[in-house]
Design a protein around this ligand. Structure first.
Ligand SMILES: [Zn+2]
Length: 479
C-alpha cells in the first residue's frame, strides 16, 4: 500500500534511445498511471534492428500516446516498426506538415535500406515494408500548433520549434504536472521558419536537446557569407561542390540562400554558367509539400510570397535531379544531394566520384552523427572506402569544410531558453556524452545560487535505459 502511494506520486523518465547519444530518439514518461512516449527514431550509424531504440526494455503495450516531434529519421523512422511490429496500441500524433513529409521520407527510407541489403540475411533485417508504412500512416493523427488535445487525462499542446518545417515542442500535462519536450529546436531567426517559442504556462520538467553542448555558433550572416564565398571561389577555379544534405528541411534553407546569391551574381553564375542541382528521388514531391505549407512559415517568407505573387520555393537557379543517369558532369557545378551523412545513395556516389580531385569541395552543413562517413570525412583521411566494394579505397584530395546550418540551439540560445522555461528539473537528451556532460556542468554552475533553496535546479544526463525518478507529492493537485 505504502509503495503504491509512492509510485503514484513519482514521475519517471526512461530513455530507450537518444540518451547520451544523437540518434534513435525515444523517451518514456510515466506519471499517475499514464504513459507517454516521445519520438521513435533510428540511429543513422547503424542498420536494421541495431538501429532501433531499446524497445525490448519496455512494455510498449502500456503506452497511451506517442508524440513525434519532427520528421527527421532519428526521431521518426522507427514509427512504422513500433506500430506494425510490436505490441504497441496507443494513439500517435504529429503536426500536419510532419505527416505529409514523413510519408515520402519513409518510403524512400524503405527503398534505400532495401537496396543496401544484398544478402538474404540482411533482408530479414529490414525493419518494415512499404505496406507497414501505408497501414501505419492511416492511423497517425494530426495536431495543429497551439491546440490542446486530451487523451484520457493526458493533455498535450504543440508549439513551434523552428528546426525544420512541421517541427513541434510538446507541453504535456498530467494531473497538473507539466512537462515540456523540446525535440530538436532552434531560436535563431531563419529564412523561412518560425523560431521556437516559450509556452505561456510554466513547466515542472524540461526535456531538452543538448546537441551542441557548450559550443557557440557564429552569427548567421557570417555563416551565410562564408558559405556563398567558399562555393563561389570553388566554382570559379573550375571545381565541383558537393553539399550532402538530408533531402528535406535544412536543404531548403540552403537553397533559399544560394538561389538569392546566384541572382545577385547573375553575370558570373546564373543562366546555366554554373548550374545548381538538388539531387534526391524525393525532390519534386518534397518541394510541393514546402510550396503547400508556406502558410505555416514565418512572416518574412509569407510576405515575399504575397509581394512577388510567386512561390519562394520555386527556384530560378536550381534544377532537380532524380538520379545521376540524367546528370552530365561537365565543368563546375553545385550539387545538393541526399543523404546528409554520406552513408549511401546519391551523395555517397558523388563523393566517391569527386573526392580524388583537389579542385573540388565537400561542404558539410548538417550535424554529423558519430560513425557516419560525414563525420569521418571531416578528419580529412587520405583515402575513403568505396561503398559498393569495401576492399577498394579511393584517394581523398578534395577540400573538406564544415559550416553548420543544422538549426539546433547553441549554448547561449539554449541557456536563455532554459532560463525562460524556469523548470526546476532538467533532463538532457540528444547529445553525445561529452558535449552533454559539459552542458550539465555549465547549467549547474549557472544555477548554483539557487542550490539548497525551494527553486534549486536539478539537471540529469541519464544513459539509455536508466530511469530518472522525481517526486512531486503535495505540489500537484488536479484542477
Ligand atoms: Zn532534427
Amino acid at each position: 500500500m505504502e509503495q503504491e502511494q509512492v509510485a503514484k506520486t513519482s514521475f519517471r523518465f526512461f530513455g530507450l534511445g537518444g540518451s547520451n547519444e544523437v540518434g534513435r530518439s525515444c523517451h518514456i514518461l510515466q506519471y499517475k498511471g499514464k504513459t507517454v512516449m516521445l519520438d521513435a527514431g533510428v540511429h543513422p550509424a547503424h542498420q536494421g534492428l541495431a538501429s532501433l531504440p531499446f524497445y525490448d526494455e519496455f512494455d510498449l503495450s502500456t503506452v497511451d500516446i506517442l508524440l513525434i516531434s519532427h520528421f527527421h529519421l532519428d526521431h521518426a523512422a522507427s514509427l512504422p516498426y513500433v506500430m506494425q511490429r510490436t505490441n504497441f496500441h496507443g494513439r500517435v500524433f504529429m503536426t500536419h506538415p510532419t505527416k505529409a513529409i514523413y510519408r515520402w521520407l519513409l518510403s524512400d527510407f524503405v527503398k534505400v535500406t532495401n537496396i543496401g541489403s544484398t544478402s538474404p540475411l540482411d533482408k530479414d533485417e529490414n525493419l518494415y515494408s512499404d505496406e507497414d508504412l501505408a497501414e501505419s500512416f492511416d492511423r497517425i493523427e494530426t495536431i495543429d500548433y497551439h491546440s490542446t488535445m486530451d487523451v484520457n487525462g493526458i493533455k498535450f499542446t504543440a508549439f513551434h520549434a523552428g528546426h525544420v518545417l512541421g517541427a513541434a515542442m510538446f507541453q504535456i500535462e498530467i494531473a497538473g504536472l507539466r512537462v515540456l519536450f523540446t525535440g530538436d529546436y532552434s531560436r535563431e531567426v531563419d529564412r523561412h521558419l518560425n523560431s521556437a517559442e516559450v509556452p505561456p504556462l510554466p513547466s515542472d520538467v524540461l526535456i531538452v536537446e543538448s546537441t551542441f553542448g557548450t559550443a557557440t555558433h557564429e552569427p548567421r550572416v557570417n555563416r551565410e557569407r562564408k558559405l556563398t564565398q567558399l562555393i563561389h571561389s570553388t566554382v570559379m577555379r573550375g571545381g565541383r561542390v558537393l553539399l550532402p544534405v538530408f533531402a528535406l528541411g535544412r536543404a531548403q534553407e540552403i537553397m533559399l540562400i544560394l538561389d538569392e546569391y546566384w541572382s545577385q551574381h547573375a553575370n558570373e553564375l546564373a543562366n546555366g554558367q554554373v548550374p545548381i542541382f538538388y539531387a534526391s528521388n524525393l525532390a519534386r514531391k518534397c518541394m510541393s509539400v514546402f510550396q503547400t505549407y508556406v502558410n505555416m512559415m514565418n512572416d518574412d517568407i509569407r510576405k515575399k510570397f504575397r509581394d512577388s505573387q510567386s512561390n519562394p520555393f520555386i527556384f530560378k537557379n536550381i534544377s532537380y535531379l532524380k538520379n545521376l543517369d540524367e546528370f552530365q558532369d561537365f565543368g563546375p557545378s553545385v550539387m545538393l544531394a541526399s543523404p546528409g551523412m554520406l552513408q549511401n545513395g546519391l551523395s555517397r556516389d558523388l563523393l566517391e566520384k569527386w573526392c580524388p580531385d583537389d579542385k573540388n569541395l565537400v561542404l558539410i552543413t548538417g550535424y554529423s552523427v558519430e560513425g557516419t562517413m560525414a563525420k569521418f570525412i571531416m578528419l580529412e583521411p587520405d583515402t575513403i572506402p568505396s561503398i559498393n566494394n569495401p576492399d577498394m579505397t579511393i584517394p581523398r584530395r578534395c577540400q573538406v569544410e564544415e559550416i553548420s546550418f543544422a538549426a539546433h540551439v547553441d549554448f547561449r540560445e539554449n541557456l536563455e531558453f532554459i532560463e525562460k522555461i524556469g523548470a526546476t528539473n532538467i533532463i538532457l537528451v540528444h547529445g553525445e556524452s561529452n558535449p552533454m556532460g559539459r552542458l550539465k556542468s555549465a547549467l549547474l554552475s549557472n544555477f548554483a545560487s539557487l542550490k539548497g533553496t525551494e527553486t534549486e535546479v536539478h539537471v540529469f544526463n541519464p544513459r539509455n535505459c536508466v530511469a530518472v525518478d522525481l517526486e512531486f507529492k503535495g505540489i500537484k493537485i488536479a484542477k
